[in-house]
Design a protein around this ligand. Sequence first.
Ligand code: SF4
Length: 446
Amino acid sequence: MGLTGLQIQKLLPKTNCKECGSNTCLAFAMKLAAKQADLSMCPYASEEAKSVLGAASEPPVKCIELGADKKLRIGEETVLYRHEKTFVNQTLLAININDDENPEIIETTLKRLSEYFIERVGEKLNIELVSLTQKGNDPYKYAALAKKIWEKTKKPLILNSPDKKSILLAAEAVTGSNSILSSATHENATELKNIAARHNHSLAITAETIDELIALAEKLKAEGFNNLLLNFKTYSLAELFQINSIARRMALKNNYKPLGYPFLSYIDPDKTSDELIYLVTGITKYGGICVLSSFDLAQLLPLMSLRQNIYTDPQKPIQVDPKAYPIGEPDENSPVFLTTNFSLTYFMVSSEIENSGISGWLVVPQCEGMSVLTAWAAGKISGAQISKAIKEMNFEEQVKTREIVIPGYVAQISGELEECLPGWKVVIGPQESADIESFVKVKFKK
Ligand code: SF4
């Protein structure tokens, strides 16, 4: 929890000198509490104020940046449930490779995971990391493979090995990738931390119990290393669910720093036949990184969709740009349809038009990412607004068609739309996109 303005004011010099741009220290403290100012704006802030306020302004879950450009981020969460505000950084997915696998299989896996992506509601979804688990006993072979993976995929790695020398060589070989060393225990934590710090990697830590893990996180933080991930040892689905929930609750509700790090979850496929269920639990229960034991398309697709659904900001629906979209290869005489710019609606309607076997235009006005009925209820889809959008798109100059099919759910705007769009005939289409195909057959394929 952050400090209040009055608590912050007690830490300030109280001279009201105005050099920070505020009239009084109290006014400045209020701005600090609202995160509208930075303590560095007060040249007279004491060391005590800097240390107390610095700690108070840290996010409850540490941000870990990965990859060469550090654009992959995990952590920074502030809420337990998405509907409270939003989740910030989505769970990253990693594919595991064992270093003793057949080199040809490794080669194929690397190619597949590098090329793999799916496009869903206008977003490109892919695999972010590769986990390299050491099963063999040759540190040089392990490090060489790590280097190869990094060079081929340009994805950061999770260097998962119990052997210090292997980690050391591999960490050095992938310097610049901002990867993760996994997983330090009480016995080797200080040495692995030094390796991670030297090569700008993060460090996952593990322990038999949550108390031991807390002690380890505190020790490493006291030694000045804070780029940590927590790898809880759990032995059942219930335990995974429970520990992830407890740890995140402690971090967010109690601002308990030793548990305020992203989680790294490995599911051992030898111990469960339900890897997918574990992965789903990992994603839904605050997973920072979930590692799949192999490249499996049947697992990836539902996991990617689930992750996208959870990590979409509910306050910012996924939208497509407002414009007139060609579906197929329409010409100036092709039918014209209308829908809203909520991505799910757009993709459902456009694919149904496509499936119906005709080419047409799909006019999408700006509806702030709302579905048809919501947009109508919010006054975002009216005759005047649609007519304005069509004029702004210069759409009347693109087509000779003067008939527009509107969703059946907004049949009531047809009169107003005809008034606002002189020369156009408004046709009431089906309510559900699933009925577009049969509608098209009757209307346009006589
Ligand atoms: Fe107070 Fe510092 Fe602002 Fe001066 S600069 S008014 S001391 S907070």
